[in-house]
Each structure stands twice: as structure tokens, then as C-alpha cells.
Design a protein around this ligand. Structure first.
Ligand code: 5GP
Length: 123
């Protein structure tokens, strides 16, 4: 796993160097709207701590940080009204998943039919 790059765009958002459209914030977690939304609901949920990706976060974050992030994500789904209609969480990790920003994040997507999870055309 690469070292954490503290110049990545989400680190800069967390430091307040770049503005964001905040959805909610808690002790350990920040959630904001994706700048290029792929669905009517497209929220990025990130830990405030410095974790590169899914594996780093779940291996090294505290239980409180992990619970806070996932509970925050579920609460946003409820508040945005997609819990019943359906939604998708995605965490791209590493090269095969084309992770662009090396700070762990969950994408929350919903508000329209999302189709199947993977499209062969994207390969
Ligand atoms: P990844 O490919 O790393 O899973 O997704 C990164 C996501 O971050 C993309 O969906 C992209 O639109 C979003 N993103 C990149 N830069 C910014 C930014 O400056 N602000 C916000 N709100 N989202 C961003």
C-alpha cells in the first residue's frame, strides 16, 4: 500500500483548503456531494483520519471511526430517502478499481435505477 499523500484532494478538503458541499459532519466523518454526480444522490463519505484505502481504514482505524463512518452513511441514505427505493455503496480500491483519490471514501449512489453492478463495456 502506498504511503498516505497528504496533498490528495480529500485531505485538502478536510483541511479547508478546498470548498465542499457538506452533507453532514460528525466527530470522525465528513460527507459531501460528489463534484461530478453519477446519480441524483451521490455522496462521498470519508473518514477525517488519514487512510489510503478500504484495507488501510478497516485494518488501522479505531472501532469508533469505523462505526461512525458506516452509521453516517446509513443515516444519509435514510435522510435522502433512498433506503427503501434502493442505493449502492462503492469503495474503489487500488489500480484494478481505478481509485482516483487516495483517501478512503465510500460513494453512496441512489435516486434512480442503477442497473447491474458492473458493465462489461467498462472493461
Ligand atoms: P474514486 O475514483 O477515487 O473512487 O472517486 C473519486 C471521486 O471524487 C470521483 O467521483 C470524483 O468526482 C470526486 N471528486 C474529485 N475531486 C473532487 C472535489 O474536488 N470535490 C468533490 N466534491 N468531489 C471530487
Amino acid at each position: 500500500m502506498p504511503d498516505y499523500d497528504d496533498q490528495n484532494i480529500f485531505a485538502r478538503i478536510l483541511r479547508g483548503e478546498i470548498p465542499n458541499d457538506t452533507v453532514t459532519e460528525s466527530e470522525h466523518t465528513l460527507a459531501f456531494n460528489d463534484i461530478t454526480p453519477q446519480a441524483p444522490v451521490h455522496v462521498l463519505v470519508i473518514p477525517k483520519g488519514a487512510y489510503v484505502d478500504y484495507a488501510d481504514f478497516h485494518a488501522n482505524a479505531s472501532d469508533a471511526e469505523i462505526a461512525d463512518l458506516h452509521r453516517t452513511a446509513a443515516r444519509i441514505c435514510a435522510e435522502r430517502g433512498v433506503t427503501a427505493s434502493g442505493f449502492r455503496t462503492i469503495s474503489n480500491a487500488g489500480e484494478h478499481a481505478v481509485q482516483e483519490v487516495p483517501h478512503f471514501h465510500l460513494h453512496l449512489l441512489g435516486g434512480r435505477p442503477l442497473g447491474r453492478m458492473l458493465a462489461r463495456a467498462a472493461e
